[in-house]
Design a binder for this molecule. Sequence first.
Ligand code: ADP
Ligand code: MG
Length: 472
Amino acid sequence: MPFLDMRPIGRARQGGLSLQATVDAVWKDILRDIAAEIGETRFNLWFRTAVPVGLEPSSGGASLVVGVPSAFMAEWLETHYLRSISEAATARMGAPTTVRFVVDGKLFRGMRRDEARAKDDLLEEIAPSGPARGAREGKFYNLESFVVGPCNSVAYAAAAKVIESPSDAYNPLFLHGGVGLGKTHLLMAIANAMKGRRSFGNVEYTSAEGFTNRFLFALRNGSLDAFRARYRRARLLVIDDIHFLANKNATQDEFLNTFNTLSRDGCQIVMASDSHPKMIGRLKDTLVTRFLSGMVARLDKPDYQTRLAIISHKAVQNGLSLRPEVAEFAARQICGSVRELEGAVSTLVAYAALSKAPVDLAIAREALKGLVEASSRPVMLPDIEAAVTAMSGLSAGDIRSGRRSRPVSAARHLAMYLARGMGGFSYAEIGLYFGGRNHSSVVAAVAKIENQVAADADFARKVASLKSEFSL
Ligand code: ADP
Ligand code: MG
């Protein structure tokens, strides 16, 4: 099929609304979409050197012809990005458009020149060498600065065990959980601890993305041996965000080989991912099996008590003295990741510095408004329970118990009243949660508190303040 237009892009621009100018504009738009989708590093690696050459008719539509510097790149782009590019092209052209890659020797020579120059930068960029050099974001990660709660105690204990006896108990160690829950923190804590141990051997820390990029770079540059040597001489290999390998067959094979070599030599491997190995998807069974062969530990979102501990710990770290009611307010309101809790503490630090006064509840409410909204989710019964136990000095066990002493039943009634006020919970649910009470005892509790609020201004104020903490 003849090309409709195969003129080099430079000359085509003179043609005003020529086909080539259209192609050029379309390609620019496509690049914008792709860049947004895959991020700058990968974009630079794969798309910077590609140029649109023309459009050719193809069955049922058109085909955008794109020149790339090497057959390897053409193949890679075809396997990994053909769909994204075709979709973007179809959207821009308003007609079914596929993409075809052609190899252009001139581009190759240009690329090699650029590459020689950019190689060091690129390696710097794609190789976040992490804790090997100490700190991320100016911060040093260790186990001491990690606050332990029910949400992360297993992962913490496993990390501690690996530090204590690497290659022994938990190998490989696989941590998984949502964003901002402490996976990288624990990984770096392990890497840092082993780095600090004399004569331990090489510690290699990288993200799966860094591993992938270095692998592809080595493939293109014929430096696979050096790449392999780097990872295979590690005594401890730490790979973060392993889910990045999903879908990347060649890199998965390479990683499997690295993994096997290291395991055979008795080296410790530690990994983290946003989900359980089986849930990553598009990950070869052989890898999944290996990931499951050691210790798999999950990190969850922190519960109220842990959130409170984290906030207090971070406040101390930041030299901020927090009033207990402010710490409790923040812990109750910010209920997402640890990263969000850190954000809350930084905000409070900034407010304290600005107002040159201790942060009180009103200021905290104002300061954390945005964060609270961002992490807002329906208030849960355990939150209400936590608020009431904090206020009454009783335990959750007391509140749920059958005890009928005045303070205990008063607290229980208050919790039921607040739960009802929250909406979304039936009397039956509330009764069940707070110690298996029936529907009518919840109705009675709510009525009791309502009466008391009406009769006792002091009590009404207390209840109002509790309610406002839940933004009711
Ligand atoms: P992930 O890798 O799971 O997305 P990170 O390890 O990057 O999360 O954690 C996000 C931030 O929260 C980091 O600054 C980390 O130090 C901090 N962090 C996470 N969990 C804890 C914890 N249990 N105690 C103290 N800080 C924590
Ligand atoms: Mg992380």
